[in-house]
Design a protein around this ligand. Structure first.
Ligand SMILES: [Zn+2]
Length: 91
């Protein structure tokens, strides 16, 4: 049995511009979940990165359909790192 993503991020516009995964290992994985995973790693500025593709839920819905989870993770990681530097400014 495969876990299916039911989160709202499946319809997030930010994933529209991501490249399609053409039959790769991540084709059916939820790019939104990959993004969230990258975001968390980015906030912590992890230096050893692991996509954990195997544990990501799948999704065929909305804007994440067939999008590259690798690209989504990278985007999330970038946003997380960027955000981690902006926390100081907010105080
Ligand atoms: Zn998801």
């Amino acid at each position: 049995m495969t876990l299916q993503c039911t989160k709202k991020h499946r319809y997030d516009d930010r994933f529209v511009s991501l490249p399609d995964d053409q039959g790769g290992a991540g084709r059916h994985k939820c790019a939104g979940c990959a993004y969230d995973h990258g975001l968390e790693d980015g906030k912590r500025r992890l230096e050893t990165l692991e996509l954990g593709l195997d544990v990501l839920p799948e999704s065929q819905a909305g804007t994440v359909r067939h999008k590259s989870p690798h690209a989504a993770y990278a985007l999330g990681y970038y946003d997380g790192v960027k955000g981690s530097y902006e926390v100081v400014d907010a105080s």
